[in-house]
Design a protein around this ligand. Sequence first.
Ligand code: GLA
Length: 652
Amino acid sequence: MSVRHYLMSTALGCTLGCALVLMPVCATAQTAPSPATTQAGATRDSLAPSGRWSLPERQQAKTPPMGWNSWNAFRTEVDEAKVMGAAQKLVDSGLSKLGYVYVNIDDGWWLKRRTSDGRMQIRTQIFPSAAVPGKDPSFRAYVDKVHAMGLKAGIYTDVGRNACSQAYDLHSPNLPEGTTAEREVGLYGHEQQDIDLYFKDWGFDYIKVDACGINVYGPGTAVVRDNDYTAFPPLIDQATISRTNIPAVRAMYEKVDAALKSANPDGDYILSLCNWGSADVRTWGKDVGHMWRTSGDITPNWTRMLHNFDSASTRALYAGPGGWNDPDMLFIGHGDFDANHLTEAKSHFALWAIINAPLMIGYDLREAPQSLLNIWGNADIVRVNQDPAGHQGVIAYASDDVQIIVKTLSNGKKAVALFNRGLAKADVTLTAGHLKFSDTAPVQLKNLWDKSAPHFTGDTTFSLAPRETLIFEASGQRRLTDGEFLSEIPGRINVADDGVIAPEPDPVVHRMTNQWGKTLNSGERPTYTGWGGAQADATPYDQTLQIAGQTFDTGIGILANSRLEVRNSTGGKRFEATVGIDDSTRNLKDTVTFLVYGDGKLLAQTTASFGQPAQSLSADLSGVKIVELIAKSATTSDLPLVVTWGDAALLK
Ligand code: GLA
């Protein structure tokens, strides 16, 4: 986010909130800005080369977290028997051996906050092992049991005072009880105390932090009035980004992360950000947590699964080892993805796998039929998701009905998913070019569902049933025999600044139907900002990369006034690209300077204006660990300037 937008949103957030009751939050945002907000602020030029990898080196979530969560199976009607049943099944079925190790309790576990000392109390009626005679209730025994099974334990909270169930599940038997203050079970004002309790005392490994507390408890709302809650002037307006206080939301999550670091100095924790793609989290989630929701809640409906998939599938450059786009938990086993709809269930799974989504099962595993266990338990597809290189799949082809998504694996092979979104059969042609393989050498495929092993040279066509996804591992001769295209290695790229001037909703994600909504108005329009963000093999606005009429099927599309950090961990000796202003830009006036840095030192540069033919840029990378690609615009127009790093590659 640029300087201008940071200032605008800070000022706006305080216009909305500070004059009222929001002093503490705005004060947090202003007096303790995060390093990255400072980076975007006036004091530091975020385009200055850092000479290093500036994302946190995280100990956990080096591959997408996997496990089970109670929410999609039980909502707030969770209890110890259900959770332990799931844990036991993870072990007995062999799923835990595949990596499904997190057993996560979602909303519903709490009874109240004890107001004398702020200590959280557990609803021991549903978690009997938490009742300790003569002592405070504790999850220690439960967590120890989970750990003894070789699993890890996750818990749930909210970044505000109140949780989602307290607004949306009002008929639940498991809502927090007591006075207004006793029912304030969220982290707000108790961040370190709660985190210490959950991690140091109880021993949890993972926390999901929701955001209803800073979203739906506004002053004067019916839910606050009817339930006698303390109002929290919303920092998030899900329908309007300009009414969302981005720096304040980010600062609140950073405070939680700081508390987690303090409670876990060894870095052994996972922070899952759950603010549903709001507050521009699709841009900064990687700097703050191990995973971040990119959209609203998934439902067991095909169209909503598509919606959630689309919210994450265009964000490959923003994720990598230590931090993952999270399109929400799996809904396999329910509705359109139940045991009678295995085509849909398998598609849901293959799609989540290839875009490196966390794989959280959301089904009552005690009841799981073998047909569903076979889906979660497909070791080949799990391996695609868990590949250590952490390169999210990139969209190689998209139409209204068909998508081809290609993911680079650490062994030099590719995984590829052919996805039929539609209701008619589709013939889908896969080319060697989609895989960035030579089109004259044979390509060997392994079908990860039926294990068949077709091969082809040039291209091959598959007939897909409605809603079917085929997923393959592919080996062939790489088109770039002596190196790697940057768009093949998104897990080694950090978008330090994407040059977005003012966050805009992403129109690629189709509007959603909410569960309680009717067709009374024009529908809920998603405001997941990130439109104009950096893209692999496409422009920031999802066009073909093109400079002065020359198209590129590989490269990085980004806006000017951006900076990328690339790990040169495979020892590339040269950086090469063909650069220029992209033909799709609306800003025809400004010039741009492309700069290549190696470990902080300027290696190469060139300047371009609109319509000028693409120029070659080449730099010697001997001994360089971090390559930085900076595109700087000479002027400060508010019209985004689209630039293309065509054929950008690290060469051996
Ligand atoms: C929100 C989250 C869900 C779930 C519920 C619990 O809706 O997005 O994943 O945690 O709250 O109330």
